[in-house]
Design a protein around this ligand. Structure first.
Ligand SMILES: [Zn+2]
Length: 246
């Protein structure tokens, strides 16, 4: 359907908070009792690789526990994609796989994925569900190389930025969900979308640092406000479709 809007959605930790996952914004900037700079920087990996491998091995195992499941917010975004198809691009800062498990397909993981390893030699990513460390051989090189967590650490450039910025400049609607607006470059996405004429909408527990740049703000738990907003959006455009046929 040609006249459906192009929607770019940015999601952050707030959408996964109700799915049983802890994030580094819990408990005063500590993540499972680790300071961010000790586990999520290239310097930490160079200085204490065993700690960093172990930290991400634990996060990977936690993600696969039976109590960790997509919630109604993830499901609502998947249902939007099922109606609007490829007009929906989901850009997530989350490294979990809850959007995929809810049924979303057109996803960019700008900060990498927990269930993935990255060969240090070739740079290739490999789907990886179990533990690994410096002694685990990569499946892509001869002789085999070591692998690192496939995570964008603080101080590293997020992935797929060209694709994301291009999509933002073409977006009719930009939704920001569960993200604090403090971490660049994601915090700048709303400005790019706004400058390109998009309707900008924030769905958050609390107003973000960038709330003045949004045309609309809805505050509350993601599992409540995201389904409400998405269903109203689907209804709005379903009506538009019907009217255009008259
Ligand atoms: Zn390799």
């Amino acid at each position: 359907m040609a006249n459906l809007p192009r929607v770019v959605i940015l999601t952050g930790a707030g959408i996964s908070a109700e799915s049983g996952l802890k994030t580094f914004r819990d408990s005063n900037g500590l993540w499972e009792n680790h300071k961010i700079e000790d586990v999520a920087t290239p310097e930490a990996f160079a200085g204490n690789p065993d700690l960093v491998y172990g930290f991400y091995n634990d996060r990977r195992a936690q993600l696969q526990l039976p109590n960790v499941k997509p919630n109604r917010a993830h499901e609502a975004l998947a249902s939007l994609e099922s109606v609007f198809g490829n007009n929906v691009l989901l850009v997530t800062q989350n490294v979990d796989n809850l959007h995929e498990r809810a049924g979303s397909k057109n996803i960019i993981h700008m900060h990498g994925k927990l269930l993935s390893s990255r060969c240090i030699n070739s740079g290739r990513s490999h789907t990886w569900h179990s533990k690994f460390d410096a002694s685990t051989p990569c499946p892509c090189c001869t002789p085999a190389s070591a692998m690192r967590p496939d995570i964008v650490w603080f101080g590293e450039m997020p992935m797929y930025m060209d694709n994301i910025i291009l999509a933002l400049t073409k977006a009719d609607i930009f939704l920001s969900i569960g993200t604090s607006g403090q971490v660049y470059p994601a915090a700048g996405f709303v400005q790019v979308a706004k400058d390109s004429g998009a309707r900008t909408v924030e769905l958050n527990l609390q107003p973000s640092d960038k709330c003045a740049l949004f045309d609309e703000s809805y505050l509350g738990r993601a599992s409540m406000i995201v389904p409400q907003f998405i269903h109203s959006l689907i209804d709005e455009y379903a009506l538009t479709q019907q009217n255009s046929l008259l």
